[in-house]
Design a protein. Structure first.
Length: 326
């Protein structure tokens, strides 16, 4: 599908700074020498029975692509696929209130939207941000020797499914929700003073898929150390007992041929790297000397789970490795 979409793009326009080709988080379009637009759209199906929380997570998820580009969100449009009947107005209002509250926190204005009737409820936003035309952060700048920092734990996909099917307690989901409602705003603000070579956010394609996008766009190899990877232990346990998601096998296929797993990695650990994330963290590539200082900054800003999870190496072909270093 991605290949079909890439055939239809406007990359020849000189003002398109980031288009479809590099599978980046958002498009970047130069307006003036001082300002470029950063634009993205995303919507999701409910991740919780609580409509207010769902609205917040959907908005945090949509805003995330702006932060992953180093941008500042300014305006947003609601995208509502709501069933025509069978759902109380209060539920729909709670979803929209959740979205608006996150936009307020982001400092972005809600200026419109569009609603369609759809049997399966979905909600999200199209978000426009701004960035200096020479200062946006693409996924294509990672360099050999860089350290990779991940700002949130992974495993939300299988946890959302586990709670739906009654295999997991609400407390585990509540912990994951705390992370999912958190905007990547503070992670973005923390990284901007550093010499960030590349950044992306970890969402539907999982840690492996989005890391490979960085490797492909930057023409490098990426090695991830499972021992330092922040994750929900319950997610690993769920996968070990047979739980998966609809996206997991697709995400595995997506990286096949580029991804090598060391012998010491257990099957459930490999599978966790294919787990689709909702409102996941930022994956940030910085020079080696800036890895620890940026990590300290993130910890100081309350992102206590942030960790240096790997590094970038020179490789003639884009490559991804999963190892355990201790
Ligand atoms: Co993204
Ligand atoms: Co997106
Ligand atoms: Co309309």
């Amino acid at each position: 599908m991605a290949e079909i979409l890439k055939k239809f793009s406007s990359e020849t326009d000189p003002n398109v700074l980031v288009g479809l080709k590099t599978s980046d988080d958002a498009g970047v379009f130069k307006l003036t020498e001082e300002i470029a637009l950063v634009q993205t759209v995303d919507f999701i199906t409910p991740i919780s029975d609580d409509p207010y929380i769902f609205g917040q997570v959907a908005a945090a998820n949509s805003l995330s692509d702006i932060y992953a580009m180093g941008g500042r969100p300014i305006t947003a449009l609601n995208l509502c696929c709501f069933p025509g009947s069978g759902i109380d107005n209060e539920v729909l209002e709670a979803i929209l209130r959740g979205g608006l509250d996150k936009l307020k926190e982001a400092g972005a204005a809600l200026i419109g939207g569009h609603t369609v009737k759809d049997d399966e409820l979905k909600y999200g936003l199209s978000v426009t941000g701004i960035v200096h035309p020479t200062k946006y952060i693409a996924n294509s700048g990672a360099r050999p020797g860089d350290r990779l920092i991940l700002t949130k734990p992974i495993g939300t996909g299988v946890i959302i499914g586990g709670v739906r099917s009654g295999k997991l307690s609400k407390e585990v989901l509540d912990r994951a929700i705390e992370d999912m409602v958190r905007l990547n705003k503070s992670a973005c603000e923390a990284m901007l003073p550093f010499e960030v070579h590349a950044c992306t956010d970890i969402t539907g394609f999982g840690l492996a898929g989005h890391s490979l996008e960085v490797a492909q766009a930057s023409q490098v190899g990426i090695i991830i150390d499972f021992a330092s990877l922040p994750h929900y232990p319950e997610a690993l346990e769920l996968i070990r007992t047979g739980a998966t998601t609809r996206m997991t096998p697709l995400n595995r296929q997506l990286v096949a041929g580029f991804f090598k797993c060391a012998a010491e990695i257990r099957p459930e650990e490999e599978s966790l790297c294919y787990d689709p994330q909702t409102s996941g963290g930022l994956l940030i590539s910085v020079p080696q000397s800036q890895g620890k200082p940026l990590l300290e900054e993130l910890h100081g800003q309350g992102m206590t789970q942030a960790a240096i999870i790997g590094e970038v190496f020179a490789s003639p072909e884009p490559a991804l490795r999963l190892v355990r270093m201790r």
